[in-house]
Design a protein around this ligand. Sequence first.
Ligand SMILES: Cc1cc2nc3c(=O)[nH]c(=O)nc-3n(C[C@H](O)[C@H](O)[C@H](O)COP(=O)(O)O)c2cc1C
Length: 153
Amino acid sequence: MSALRETMRHVPSSVAVVTALHEGVPVGMTVGSFTSASLDPPLVSFFAGNSSTTWPLIERTGRFCVNVLSAQQPQIATAFAARDADRFGGRDWTTSPLGSPLLDGVLAWLDCELHALHAVGDHVAVAGLVRGAHAVGDAKPLVFFRGELAALG
Ligand SMILES: Cc1cc2nc3c(=O)[nH]c(=O)nc-3n(C[C@H](O)[C@H](O)[C@H](O)COP(=O)(O)O)c2cc1C
């Protein structure tokens, strides 16, 4: 393992699932790179790996929903990172105002239009224009730290 990879294991990250409705089919992927980027205009960002098979589908829709997971949702984080999983199978979700899948029970969600893309090494930096931002409740967040999904606190 490289020094960079080993060091970044010690930097905690939020855990979110980025979703879209691609030709009527819900798609989504777990990201640990979600962050706010700009207040005016309101932009958020995450990094998608160049080998991701889900990101190109989301990109084609031109919009996405960022579902920030709560401490009760580690199994969702794992499922949306697994290549051969039925990611939406058995899960409850509705549709956001922009038409992207909104998972039940999330901590917060942001309804975004695709704003800009920048190649960054083996990832692409995705900027989303925020059309709706919602904090749902006071549940604890899920964090990824030292290779494990855990509740904060
Ligand atoms: C905690 C966690 C954080 C992750 N963060 C990212 C990320 O920021 N960007 C990314 O492209 N993949 C990330 N992944 C991997 C993706 O969820 C997923 O494995 C990858 O997109 C392969 O699936 P796909 O081919 O359907 O895209 C993360 C996985 C986990 C478990």
